[in-house]
Design a protein around this ligand. Structure first.
Ligand code: ZN
Length: 134
């Protein structure tokens, strides 16, 4: 059964609030309380000013495609090709790597408005994907 699932993240104490947020349907990012930089992936201190005063910020889940590529050859048999890997620029000014679903791969373009859509993969892991904003 485990072989039918794509490789999944393993939450750590540091990243757990992010993954809990995904399960609750909230896209959550660390934000530095000193310089307000959003920090992703989760870090022990701010990547801009090194402050360790980081809080978790609930985000809108809205953003746009910053960059993208289409994968045509499955890295593992569990992946259905073709699919789009994209860097998403979130409204709050941070970036994350994800997939764009819900439209033909050739329709994905830079600056395309997208919003987060959560998919429950296992009891523990819900992954954030992005779909075109309608
Ligand atoms: Zn900072």
């Amino acid at each position: 059964m485990a072989n039918d699932v794509i490789p999944l993240p393993r939450p750590t104490a540091l990243s757990e609030p992010h993954w809990n947020g995904c399960r609750e349907g909230i896209l959550r990012v660390q934000q530095c309380q000193r310089c307000k930089t959003c920090v992703f992936i989760p870090q022990p201190c701010c990547t801009h000013c090194q402050s360790n005063d980081l809080n978790w910020l609930d985000c809108s889940g809205k953003g746009k495609v910053y960059s993208h590529t289409t994968v045509h050859r499955a890295p593992r048999p569990q992946f259905e090709v073709p699919y789009v890997v994209a860097i998403i620029e979130l409204e709050e000014g941070w970036h994350m790597l994800s997939n764009v679903l819900g439209c033909p791969v050739e329709d994905v373009h830079v600056n395309m408005p997208v919003c987060v859509e959560f998919r429950e993969i296992t009891d523990e892991i819900t992954l954030p994907y992005f779909v075109p904003t309608r």
